[in-house]
Design a protein around this ligand. Structure first.
Ligand code: FES
Length: 118
């Protein structure tokens, strides 16, 4: 699923993506914010936003990845080659030299908001 949202105006730093219940627990959705594909996850009662592009394959698929945990680390595994990324830092759990961008994410008023660089 792809959610298209209005790009943030120059002074706004947060963009509403969807209502929290729109993202089933343990899954992600793909949102287009300011022209960037962002994978937004609802895991363990929290929300996380990462770039949707899997750097290992170049495919925009992370929002459809499988979430889980490794020790204390919450992760998402790419649906293609199963490379896993730390949901908080975006760093690959297979190769620490590789990472995906992360974005601030929060829930307010029951809605999911993604922060932009401004
Ligand atoms: S295109 Fe739907 S998951 Fe991004």
């Amino acid at each position: 699923m792809t959610l298209t949202v209005t790009p943030p105006s120059s002074e706004s730093t947060w963009t509403r993506v969807c209502a929290l219940p729109d993202i089933l627990p343990g899954t992600g959705v793909c949102a287009l914010v300011g022209g960037e594909q962002i994978a937004v996850f609802h895991v363990a009662g929290r929300v996380f936003a990462l770039g949707n592009r899997d750097p290992f394959t170049g495919a925009n698929v992370l929002s459809r990845g499988l979430t889980g945990s490794k020790g204390d680390t919450l992760k998402v595994a790419s649906p293609l080659l199963k490379h896993a990324f730390d949901l908080e830092t975006g760093v690959s759990l297979d190769d620490p030299a590789v990472s995906v961008p992360t974005y601030p994410a929060r829930v307010e008023g029951g809605d999911v908001w993604i922060g932009s660089a401004g």
